[in-house]
Ligand binder design. Structure first.
Ligand SMILES: [Zn+2]
Length: 168
């Protein structure tokens, strides 16, 4: 473990090119936005949904399968017919990692950060993060979608641990 920590520090120095430095401020919406996928007609319903605090996924008109990210055909039955539908936003923590390594300078101010793999109740998995993540995480922890506006023009999908008392 100690060796791993040293390795991270060395790698940091190696990657810290001057042009990647953005000062000691919190991660800005502008720098974060550069990491977001471009909004195109194919994914616009997803982003429009988030802006209205709804998680919308493509659902196959032929077999009903939900899918994410967006694609032209159903990965299950290859039908090209689909509808965008609101889903519950509920899911379970399928896997996670705390990122200490520096892959994106945009995330410098929030390292280490949590990358969470969420398996939605409707089937698809999404990669996101948890807000107010507890120190102790567990597989299959129930989570629900939360919608964070303010990333330039966008609302971002994150997840929060579902507390039994709050779910009532
Ligand atoms: Zn299908």
């Amino acid at each position: 473990m100690r060796d791993g920590a040293v390795h991270v520090r060395v790698a940091d120095r190696h990657l810290a090119h001057p042009h990647q430095r953005r000062g000691g401020r919190a991660m800005s919406a502008e720098s974060y936005e550069r990491l977001l996928p471009e909004i195109v007609p194919a994914n616009r319903p997803y982003w429009d949904g988030l802006a209205e605090n709804e998680l919308r996924l493509q659902s196959c008109d032929a077999c009903g399968e939900y899918r994410f990210p967006d694609s032209e055909v159903c990965p299950r039955c290859l039908s090209g017919s689909f509808s965008w539908r609101e889903v519950s936003g509920k899911g379970r923590l399928w896997s996670w990692i705390r990122m200490h390594q520096r892959y994106f300078s945009e995330f410098d101010e929030v390292r280490p950060y949590l990358v969470a793999y969420i398996k939605l109740d409707e089937g698809p998995a999404v990669i996101s993060t948890l807000v107010e993540a507890p120190e102790e995480l567990a597989l299959d922890l129930p989570v629900r979608a939360v919608f964070q506006p303010g990333f330039s023009e966008r609302t971002i999908l994150k997840f929060a641990v579902e507390h039994p008392e709050a779910a009532k």
